[in-house]
Design a protein around this ligand. Sequence first.
Ligand code: NDP
Length: 394
Amino acid sequence: MATVLIIGAGGVGRVVAHKCVMNSSTFDRIILASRTLKRCEEIQSELPTGAIEIVTVDADNTQEVIDLIKRVNADILINVALPYQDLTIMDACIATNTPYLDTANYEHPDEAKFEYKLQWEKDQAFKDAGIMGLLGSGFDPGATNVFCAYAQKHYFDEIHTIDILDCNAGDHGYAFATNFNPEINLREVSAKGRYWENGKWIETEPMEIMQVWDYPEVGPKDSYLLYHEEMESLVKHIKGLKRIRFFMTFGQSYLTHMKCLENVGMLGIKEVEHKGMKIVPMEFLKTLLPDPASLGPRTKGKTNIGIVAEGIKDGKKRKIYIYQIKDHEECYAEVKAQGVSYTTGVPAVIGAKLMVEGKWSGKGVFNMEQLDPDFFMEEMNVQGLPWNVREMEC
Ligand code: NDP
């Protein structure tokens, strides 16, 4: 039994709050904290009276987070605010010896670059504090890392190549909207692509490499090569790996809108002057776009995210596909959120549950593939993310 402090009341925070309530035998006290109380109130109103407590916090301020952790006496902190807050929240956890979990790696607001370096540097401080920090416990990163560890444990002696395949075939009816925080989403998608081969990172132009993949229960979709953060840890932890790539599906309308916004400077993250005021174009665009949380009731269709691994087992070539399919409308019926928030929030709760139960333990900071995948895979089946494994022709 544990007191869980959730920071961030966006789309993912909503799912985490709902799912923690559904797991009340593990989380007997749930506090949802965020910058804007109204967002917390909305989520609280969807849950049984007294199920969660809510409070405001500015997580950019480490001392505020320290004070809050102490006040509520948290046993574990789930960070589902924005990647900008990762370091301040980690510092608060170190100062209070509180286990930490997040779903996305640190990004600086002024530089669209995401890497684990600054979070990995906190490993010793986590060890000294005697606590575990679990990095990237969403779907990708998160479940995809666990799929790789599961493949390595049960299907291969050595994995040589991994393709991570992320398909969101949901339709929300808007000409253009993003399924999670627009700023984070558009920074990720408009950046140069990158993949890893034979020990080196190879850079591509944005959307330069495309392949069509036939996603089970969805069908063939154009899938574009992007850089994605889980590759940085997987190249360290999957033995014998020769290549890893990440692909995500985009429709033509999304890509055309994005290119146009980019061409006119709306994806800029540096301040510009407008009628005597300083504004950041990307932040202004976020104000104009639909709130991802509002997409829930309108989104139809499925997500399908998985990995294809190829390698050697008992001297023979082998190729397997592990994937998870989720229906947006089912997610909304269960927790009032669309599939992208659902598939991120549920793994966060699973990670926290395993930490509270001591099934995943250790001192220092960990990426998901460093831990025993079996517990996580079992919980996915129980918590609403059943997965499949398909043997493929090499
Ligand atoms: P949202 O923008 O919907 O929600 C973020 C929430 O964090 C908002 O409630 C926001 O408050 C709050 N917040 C922002 N800054 C602060 C602050 N300084 N102090 C306190 N609270 C703050 O994002 P999502 O829910 O879509 O995403 C949450 C996280 O999940 C992100 O880090 C995202 O990158 C990650 N993610 C991970 C995925 C994965 O598979 N691993 C996939 C999708 C998302 P306010 O309401 O005031 O703006």
